[in-house]
Design a protein around this ligand. Structure first.
Ligand SMILES: CC(C)(COP(=O)(O)OP(=O)(O)OC[C@H]1O[C@@H](n2cnc3c(N)ncnc32)[C@H](O)[C@@H]1OP(=O)(O)O)[C@@H](O)C(=O)NCCC(=O)NCCS
Length: 377
């Protein structure tokens, strides 16, 4: 039976502008909001752990609910020995690759692995929220020739992660800046990696498989991988005095400037404006304002000449650099946060599922006859 052709062919390259499903988790319409709460208010009045609860459970937690949630997370802060052995065996592997493998390995040890009910998926999501920061930090320390550290149950997700990297509990300013970045990275409706997770879920596959696929999608330079390119761009530009010449040459070469542009936001990304303040404050504390000043040159020229504005990765790359974090950690940090949004979408997709299976416009050869091998010359 030939496939039926749609009566009216709708084609949008890159699915631009296509409404590919419904969600109650977040919207970019009217400014980004998570479950109705504007992200700016969330960064001012809530912590990342509260936002994680909001995304997974639908409402902001009460103080009691937050306490119980955080103790469940703390209780799940363990990694199987075989995963640490794998990190030891490949200390120079790319952190996003080891993280993708880590989530796959963690599935084998998850007590709910064969259960895809909503309750089991919530438990799996909370476990990954607890385990991913440990995996990122353990792989990092082993790659630096240092032993992994043991989590501190009294610390939030962000603070514990920073502690696991260095053995130091962050100052209040560093903790707040990092936590705000996690809130802003947590969720963004049908971006490429979330859509990937929803496609996998729509086949009735499991949560860990969806997250592994999402990590693969996030790694790319046009998506989450952009935050690891920001410092490359700034360093290549040299500093505020040489930035304009470098940028104009890059524009003449039609190079893409990582950290600028967005599929949905064509007049600016509210998240970038929020995080910029924290990036600048961190740079002031680190006495390294030259990258902020270089970034200003980029922002001015790209806005006036190309109507291009920074996305969240632009200040995030600078903030993490000013906090003294190594560049290969930046996209894994995005995963640490986005695991909340991805998991919420997996659970939502599974609860109102319909297989995601679009059509392609065929541009190959017209129908032709198969000549037997002996007749093909
Ligand atoms: C995010 C991104 C993939 C969105 O792409 P998109 O919606 O397909 O936008 P388009 O590629 O159609 O861009 C429209 C125009 O702006 C240009 N443009 C977009 N982003 C640009 C960038 N970062 N640097 C230079 N030019 C850019 C395109 O080249 C195109 O120009 P043209 O019309 O002369 O060909 C794109 O902006 C990009 O590659 N940004 C850099 C990577 C990045 O920061 N990713 C993180 C996103 S949150």
């Amino acid at each position: 039976m030939p496939a039926s052709a749609p009566t009216e062919e709708i084609y949008s390259p890159g699915l631009e502008g296509v409404i590919a499903g419904e969600t109650a988790i977040s919207t970019v319409v009217g400014g980004l909001s998570y479950r109705g709460y504007p992200v700016g208010e969330l960064t001012e009045r809530a912590s990342f752990d509260e936002v994680a609860y909001l995304l997974l459970h639908g409402e902001l937690p009460t103080a009691q609910e937050l306490k119980i949630f955080q103790s469940r997370i703390a209780a799940s802060r363990r990694l199987p020995d075989c995963l640490l052995a794998l990190f030891r065996a490949a200390p120079q592997a790319i952190p996003m690759d080891t993280l993708r493998t880590a989530v796959s390995v963690l599935a084998h040890f998850d007590p709910d692995v064969a259960d895809s009910s909503r309750e089991a998926n919530l438990r799996k999501a909370e476990r990954l929220l607890a385990q991913i920061p440990l995996a990122v930090a353990a792989q990092y320390r082993l790659s630096e020739g240092q032993e992994p550290l043991v989590s501190r149950d009294d610390l939030s997700t962000g603070d514990n992660f920073l502690y696991l990297l260095s053995g130091q509990v962050p100052s209040a300013e560093v903790a707040k800046a990092f936590d705000v970045s996690l809130i802003l990275y947590a969720e963004h409706e049908f971006n490429a990696s979330t859509f990937t997770a929803r496609v996998v879920t729509s086949t009735e596959s499991d949560l860990h498989s969806a997250i592994v696929a999402a990590i693969g999608a996030l790694k790319g330079a046009l998506h989450g991988g952009a935050n690891e390119r920001v410092m490359d761009v700034l360093r290549a530009a040299g500093g505020p005095d040489t930035a304009e010449v470098w940028l104009r040459q890059a524009m003449a070469r039609k190079e893409k400037i990582m950290g600028f542009g967005h599929r949905v936001y064509k007049t600016g990304d509210v998240r970038a404006g929020i995080l910029k303040t924290f990036a600048r404050q961190a740079a002031e504390r680190a006495n390294a304002l030259q990258w902020e000043e270089t970034a200003e040159v980029f922002e001015r020229i790209l806005a006036t000449e190309k109507n291009l504005h920074p996305n969240l990765d632009w200040p995030a790359g600078r903030l993490y650099h000013a906090l003294g974090l190594e560049v290969p950690l930046y996209t894994p940090i995005f995963v640490m946060s986005r695991i909340t949004g991805w998991s919420a979408h997996v659970i939502e997709q599974a609860s109102h599922n319909r297989l995601i299976r679009p059509r392609a416009r065929y541009i190959g050869p017209a129908v032709r006859t198969v000549r037997p091998l002996a007749e093909r010359g």
